[in-house]
Design a protein around this ligand. Sequence first.
Ligand code: HEC
Length: 171
Amino acid sequence: MSRLQVLTSAIAVASLSSVAASGLTSDSSPVYGVKLPDGYRDWRVITVAHEAGKNNDIRAVLGNDIAIKAFRDGTRPFPDGTIIARLAYVYESSAENDKVFPAPQSFVAGKPTNVQISIKDSKKYANTGGWGYGQFENGVANPSEPLIKTCFACHAKLDASKDFVFSHYSP
Ligand code: HEC
């Protein structure tokens, strides 16, 4: 190994261990250290939403068992352990489906865009109303700190009775 190689591998090891020391890895969000929860794709539906404009997506909002129970019972604030996953997809018209209709009318989920996670831990995330946030693309945490800081800033615009959650349960 050349001196340069030794130096670069030493730097690589040093930066890896500082990442490990901070508890943040590429599979967890900056600031909050939120990971994509195991099995979230099998969770039950809270509601669906569509955003036009720049997002132009269609989204499913899913919750773990604690979240579903809290939504159904109307429990606010949400209990610790609540996790809500918001899965967004490109909103696109379906030529395939439209063939069976008299006029174009069918819109469906295209490619996934991102998954956003809100997780309640009132002690760990005391500074942000008890909520930690993460955004993931293709299973990888988005590393942007400015992006992750927009989450609570916007959700905090809701009044306290909502506990920083926009979605309503759709029966
Ligand atoms: C400009 C405001 C805004 C920003 C910024 C924002 N959200 Fe939201 N979020 C919303 C709105 C409005 C909804 C409900 C409607 C929807 O899903 O389109 C929502 C829904 C959610 C949901 C479903 C549960 C709920 O609260 O309704 C999650 C989870 C979520 N956002 C996480 C995040 C994360 C993580 C970030 C940051 C990466 C973020 N949000 C940034 C406005 C925002």
